[in-house]
Design a protein around this ligand. Structure first.
Ligand code: COA
Length: 154
């Protein structure tokens, strides 16, 4: 597995992973098109990459397998403070259960450390990703709607 910084050229991959995150329960709630037209969803990628944005892409045998990125999203689903970036994570279905997400989270935390003291996220407690986040050190700090807000101290 190759881990590399996410760039402007990765927008299509990140868009697809954002849709995976929206459709985490298997229901096709969003397509890339409907995600783009929904401000509350697209705020996680609009204008990518902004100056403060950072992210990581995982490739397996040269094929993009998943990505995680973070940005400051005032009022975002996982918002905790103006100086705490909120992460998004997705792994393509064909590449799951191989440790891709675990590796992405580790690399994203490394990328965040020089500039930030915390990372946040929002996850439905039914999503198996919640276990992954807990194992990576994220701690639940609140509830927003039906989802938990979690924070990692870097
Ligand atoms: C959640 C997701 C990112 C996990 O990606 P992944 O690369 O398969 O995860 P990993 O292989 O790194 O899994 C690490 C650990 O997380 C947990 N985990 C991950 N997927 C799981 C699942 N479907 N069921 C139960 N546990 C799971 C396990 O503890 C796993 O360790 P193990 O395989 O040794 O048991 C992926 O399933 C995905 O993209 N889902 C849709 C998008 C999404 O939900 N994003 C997060 C939104 S908050």
């Amino acid at each position: 597995m190759l881990l590399r910084p996410a760039t402007a050229g990765d927008l299509d991959l990140l868009s697809a992973m954002l849709v995976e995150a929206c459709n985490w329960d298997g229901n096709p709630w969003f397509t890339v098109e409907t995600a783009r037209s929904d401000d509350k969803v697209w705020r996680y990628l609009a204008g990518w990459p902004r100056t403060d944005d950072f992210g990581v892409v995982a490739e397996i045998d040269g094929v993009p397998a998943g990505a995680s990125w973070a940005r400051l999203v005032p009022g975002g689903y996982g918002y905790v403070a103006d100086d705490v970036p909120e992460l998004t994570l997705g792994v393509a279905a064909a590449f799951r259960r191989r440790g891709v997400a675990r590796a992405l989270l580790g690399a994203l935390a490394e990328a965040a450390r020089p500039s930030y003291r915390r990372l946040s996220l929002s996850v439905d407690p039914q999503n198996p990703a919640a276990d992954l986040y807990r194992a990576a050190g994220f701690v639940k700090v609140g509830v927003s709607g039906t989802s938990d807000t979690m924070v990692l101290d870097l």
